[in-house]
Design a binder for this molecule. Sequence first.
Ligand SMILES: [Fe+2]
Ligand SMILES: [Fe+2]
Length: 280
Amino acid sequence: MRILFLGDVVGRSGRNAVIDHLPRLIERYKLDFVIVNGENSAGGFGITEAIYLDLIDAGADVVTTGNHAFDQKEALVFIERHDRMLRPLNMPVGTPGKGVGLFKARNGAEVLVMNPIGQVFMGEYDGPFVQIERELLACPLKHGADAIVIDFHAEATSEKQALGQLVDGRVSLVVGTHTHTPTSDDRILPKGTAYQSDVGMCGDYNSVLGMDPTEPISRFLTRIPRSRFEPAGGPATLCGMAVETDDATGLAKSAGALRLGGTLSEQKLVFWLESAPPRS
Ligand SMILES: [Fe+2]
Ligand SMILES: [Fe+2]
């Protein structure tokens, strides 16, 4: 089956890119399942219910988040109404919403999606690895789920690589999010798990992590906050990773990073998708 993951959607520019392009990508590449990280989709900070619904309407099967999950306070309430939204898995007991779910794909397959958050440079969270192991034990690949995707929302590439190595051969796809900057280490690990330390954001890369550069530069120069961070409004690059899994094993047959449009456009991703075996 074919799965596409899109990284942190930042502001209106990122949203519009997803809404404009995702339906076409699903159709053109016969995607069975799409996951979008929406943690920065509302003005750069959090997600509203209306935006969540827009992303679902555009074709997202699951919307993941991260440390900004509850920046928009309405998310504390609407997350309980919407089955296809995830917040970080390893948040304190009693946090609204859930961090893992089993979802039905267009081809009828069951996909387990997990949204753990890292501990290194990320603040106080429970240990993600122990909770991930618990979920994998409860719902192993090919026994509980036809495919398993982990969106590991973390800062440190060391923590992300450690998770990739830990679950290699037991998960279809591990992608990092949160840094808003794509890494060039997309590949299939030795035992069959597709992996990329960070898929990058869906936003305007002529920016500082998706924000207009003026205020971030000012704060680095003077240490004095002068105004709010505002999302940059130029054309967004869609960044993510696509994987085609082997139906027999649930592991990756082919995989590659995707960068589409905007200032980071890279044809490699499109080439990978076009070169993938046709669907029967
Ligand atoms: Fe983010
Ligand atoms: Fe984040």
